[in-house]
Design a protein around this ligand. Structure first.
Ligand code: USQ
Length: 395
């Protein structure tokens, strides 16, 4: 049985990824320090529904499927906590079999502060973002260097690393011709938030590790993810992933659907021409899985653009309005002054063929898919708090 170690296994993507691999018969260990939950409490972000602790979720999963997801509660910004995952000294907070599973063939790294607005709230939150994200990545690279050079690292990066350049976006690399000579370099990065900037720095750290120590790394440049349900969460309602719709941790599609359900005008920031690449949460799981099945080579930093289609903010607002109105909501769209500093009209033409070439079958954001998202959110309508939807965190 192959062993997958998932760092950040309590998060929006980490927990569904853990169930997905477990369901396929992998040995799975998840590690988390509850950063996201604690930040939601600290910042009073509200949540569509509450979720059991990571240990409770692992127990429910075991009861329902007979499968084991080992749980470690630890802060991976502490180097020793990271190293214990590889040197055999780890203590599981929950496991059916407490024996060390051994060095994982694959590590999936989600253990980062994932929100752009959070990173720009004030100095303190900028500092938390930088220190946490960079230390965890550096700790992980050193642990792999010292104990696990054959382990494949799958790291979640972001399309936001590239920004919105006025040329086509390639998958990670760009061939440059300069004064008659040619070479290939990391595609230029120009992130639009401090959070996104930490992902640029992560990429640089990993590129260093690949060049110096022959590590095997896949860096996934992911766009904003939407959705709640995955196949595994259908087994028991309590297995559903954490779902935020607030300004800090909610991503746009999840926010718009929630806003529509509660009669809060859709908050289009500025002109609404901001275009990004999007993907369904189910496709995040597929992308990580096909990357695991087709690992990077030793000394390779392989980069994929992890998006399935592109939309502007206005297009998403119109789609939400159309589906919402059909379901009997009165959906209003309201442009508000953009709290962020970002281009509202820009060229955007990213390449994103690589993951599909190795087997990913995209789910697209059709009216039916959005309809189902509405259906789930409507079930929790009474929990939705209008006061957390917009706070106006400025860049
Ligand atoms: N936006 C609105 N109204 C809203 C919320 C967002 O117009 O109420 C706009 C934003 O200004 C932005 C776009 O929608 O232009 C996407 O915003 P978002 O909050 O959904 O996503 P973002 O802050 O970019 O971050 C999210 C995830 C992050 C991931 C990133 C991928 O939180 O972890 O890395 O998407 S990407 O956007 O490609 O960089």
């Amino acid at each position: 049985m192959k062993h997958v170690l998932i760092l950040g296994g309590d998060g929006y993507l980490g927990w569904p990824t853990a169930m997905y691999f477990s369901n396929l018969g992998y040995q799975v260990t998840v590690v988390d320090n509850y950063f996201r939950r604690n930040a939601c409490t600290e910042l009073d972000t509200g949540m569509l529904y509450s979720v059991p602790t990571l240990i409770e979720r692992a127990k429910i999963w075991h009861e329902q499927t007979g499968r084991e997801i080992k749980v470690v509660i630890a802060d991976l910004a502490q180097p020793e906590a990271m190293r214990r995952l590889f040197d055999g000294g780890v203590k599981y907070q929950w496991a059916v079999n407490e024996e060390f599973t051994g060095i994982p063939e694959t590590v999936v790294h989600y253990a980062e502060q994932p929100s752009a607005p959070y990173s720009l709230m004030d100095y303190q939150h900028a500092d938390i973002t930088l220190v946490n994200n960079l230390r965890v990545t550096n700790n992980l690279l050193w642990a792999i260097r010292d104990y696990a050079r054959d382990t494949h690292l799958i790291k979640l990066g972001t399309m936001g690393e590239y920004g919105t350049p006025n040329i086509d976006i390639e998958e990670g690399w760009l061939e440059v011709e300069h004064k008659g000579r040619k070479d290939t370099f990391l595609y230029p990065r120009q992130a639009g938030s401090l959070y996104h900037t930490t992902k640029v720095m992560d990429t640089d750290l990993m590129w260093f590790g690949v060049r110096m120590w022959d590590l095997k790394v896949t860096d996934l440049m992911q766009g904003p993810v939407y959705g709640i349900e995955t196949e595994e969460s259908a087994i028991d309602d309590r297995l559903k992933t954490i779902f935020n719709y607030d300004e800090i941790f909610g991503t746009i599609v999840n926010r718009f659907v929630t806003q529509a359900v509660v009669g809060y005008p859709l908050t289009v920031y500025g002109g609404g021409g901001q275009t990004r690449g999007y993907l369904n949460i189910r496709d995040t799981l597929q992308c990580v899985h096909v990357s695991e099945q087709n690992p990077a080579q030793k000394g390779e930093l392989r980069i994929f653009n992890q998006i399935m289609e592109t939309f502007s903010v206005n297009e998403l607002a119109e789609l939400t309005q159309k589906v919402g109105n059909r379901r009997g909501h009165q959906v209003e769209i309201k442009s508000i002054p953009n709290p962020r500093k970002e281009a509202e009209e820009h060229y955007y033409n990213p390449t994103y063929q690589g993951l599909q070439d190795i087997g990913v079958k995209p789910h697209y954001l059709t009216e039916e898919v959005m309809d189902r998202l509405f259906e789930v959110v409507e079930q929790y309508r009474e929990n939705i708090r209008k006061d957390v939807i917009f706070k106006g965190i400025k860049w």
